[in-house]
Design a binder for this molecule. Structure first.
Ligand SMILES: Nc1ncnc2c1ncn2[C@@H]1O[C@H](COP(=O)(O)OP(=O)(O)O)[C@@H](O)[C@H]1O
Ligand SMILES: [Mg+2]
Length: 506
């Protein structure tokens, strides 16, 4: 019996799959079966393989050919078992050497003519193979992707014949080249594009420094979307570990373009008509959703109240846990989902609440209904609430005497503040809670009294209380000081929850 290695992912968890091929005698005509809880794609694989064999003029011997994917209790989905099954058969009929091929993890879909086509999950498969001292055989186009895992024992053929020739020794496959990452920022957006809005920019800087979730509220055209989309230009660079982690999610989702790993923090802008599955992940093959594609980056929800309320509620658990569990028929899959949530909204459906000249006759009742579409518990999990007022047209067109700060200048301060946090507690301030928060964001007697007083007057929840301390901690980190002082706390208190701020309907 032939035995080769392949792999399958459930969420981020890898399970090695043993692809066994057995030829048994006693039949007049060839028969071919795949067993071991195979889904439709795997069954279709039999058909494709039969075609490839006849295209290569290789006919199956008149024997019973049984392919078993083991362990049997693991659900096998996808088409990437084509290649290991085909290799197993080629070993069984003596075309490929089993002894050599069993030293590799094999994944890839095979086209009808024998071309090896792209498949999902090559990056994590290569990481796994590297850790387990195995080589990897993957589709030619994905050689660089396999290489990014730090692996060098890679065979990346574009066609089955290349693989056969390689093992015959007639044409050795080269180790895939590492491609240079595309570090050019094509977007060309910068914080200096935004005129005025110094308060909103300051809030965005705090959000970037501490990794805080942020909600902007204000009239249409104030520049909320413009500000949000510039957050990624002031965030700290990704660490190598973050780059690999996020890229693995994209690889599993089939969204790695083959040119580069994900080296810039993702910025995922999700439309309010998006379904729960596209946001959270799921579907028949348990794909990662937007919140996982935003892992280590930004999830932007524009026009927040327009989202389906049930869809938004899904966010509560991942915001706290930094991951999402997707339940499926037979099992559950878990994906990382540590994203920075940035949301924006108008104060009311027409957007002009508080503007005597423009607001409609239904204000402020329509605003109350509108703002109530977002649940209290979700609002509670957003650290920074910011009012964004429209910039006056005359202000906007004024000749600038002092040019606005660039993203690079702001990022420098953000990085310094973030480094303080990592050095002190190993994580951004946004994740501080409970005892850790007490330790690093302690307040002296005067400040404690001040905050308690404010909390009572504002009817603050325990969550709200911690929210203020986290923000004050980040503000102090931006100043580069160890202790939180009165101006830090006072500024933190100015980011009042939107439903109690200037545009609040309550
Ligand atoms: N502060 C600003 N500086 C420069 N342009 C602005 C500013 N505010 C708004 N704009 C212009 O108005 C357009 C609409 O802004 P947008 O960010 O979509 O507003 P909002 O999301 O608050 O409705 C922007 O594309 C930009 O051209
Ligand atoms: Mg907008």
């Amino acid at each position: 019996m032939i035995s080769l290695n392949s792999i399958i992912f459930n969420g981020m968890d890898a399970t090695p799959i043993d692809v066994q091929v057995q030829l048994s005698t006693g039949l007049a005509k060839p028969e071919f079966n795949i067993i071991g809880l195979a889904d439709r794609a795997v069954k279709e694989s039999a058909e494709r393989i039969r075609n490839v064999l006849s295209a290569m003029n290789l006919s199956l011997p008149p024997k019973r050919l049984t392919v078993n994917l083991s362990p049997a209790d693991v659900e096998k989905t996808g088409s990437h078992f084509d290649l290991p099954i085909l290799c197993g058969i080629l070993c069984a009929i003596g075309v490929l050497p089993e002894q050599e091929l069993s030293k590799y993890i094999i994944i890839g879909e095979v086209g009808l003519n024998g071309a090896i086509v792209k498949t999902d999950g090559v990056l994590p498969a290569s990481v796994w193979a590297n850790q387990h001292n195995l080589g990897i055989i993957c589709p030619g186009a994905q050689g660089p992707e396999a290489r990014w895992a730090g692996h060098t024992n890679i065979l990346a053929p574009y066609h089955v014949l290349e693989l056969i020739n390689h093992f015959k020794g007639t044409q050795i496959l080269p180790v895939p080249a590492t491609t240079a990452f595309d570090t050019n920022d094509a977007s060309q957006i910068d914080m200096s594009d935004v005129r005025g809005q110094s308060a909103a920019k300051r809030a965005l800087e705090i959000a970037a420094a501490g990794g805080h979730a942020m909600l902007m509220i204000g009239p249409p055209g104030a520049g909320k979307t413009m500000l949000a989309s510039r957050l990624s230009t002031i965030l700290p660079e990704m660490t190598p570990a973050e780059i690999l982690e996020t890229s693995i999610i994209y690889s599993i989702a089939g969204q790695l373009d083959g040119k580069s790993l994900i080296t810039k923090r993702p910025f995922r802008s999700v439309h309010h008509t998006s379904s729960a599955v596209s946001l959270a992940g799921g579907g028949a093959d348990a794909r990662p959703g937007e919140i996982s594609l935003a892992h280590n980056g930004v999830l932007f929800l524009d026009e927040l109240p327009e989202f389906n309320r049930a869809t938004l509620e899904i966010l509560r658990q991942p915001i706290e846990a930094g991951k999402i569990m997707i339940a499926r028929a037979r099992r559950t899959a878990t994906y990382p989902a540590r994203f920075q949530l940035i949301a924006a909204m108008n104060p009311c459906p027409c957007g002009h609440l508080g503007n005597a000249a423009l607001s409609c006759s239904r204000a402020p009742r329509c605003a109350e209904a509108y703002q109530n579409k977002i649940s209290g518990p979700l609002l509670d999990r957003i650290d920074l609430h910011v009012d964004v007022d429209a910039v006056n047209p005359w202000e906007m067109n004024k000749v600038d005497t002092s040019p606005a700060e660039t993203s690079a200048q702001i990022r420098e301060r953000v990085v310094a503040a973030r480094n303080r946090q990592i050095k002190r507690q190993g994580m951004p301030n946004a994740y501080l809670d409970g005892g850790a928060l007490d330790t690093v964001a302690s307040l002296d007697a005067t400040l404690t009294e001040f905050l308690n007083d404010a909390a009572e007057k504002m009817g603050m929840s325990a969550r709200g209380y911690n929210r203020i301390r986290r923000i004050a901690r980040t503000i102090a980190d931006l100043r580069g000081t160890t202790n939180i002082e009165m101006p830090d706390l006072a500024e933190a208190l100015s980011y009042r929850p939107i439903n109690r701020g200037k545009y609040g309907a309550r």
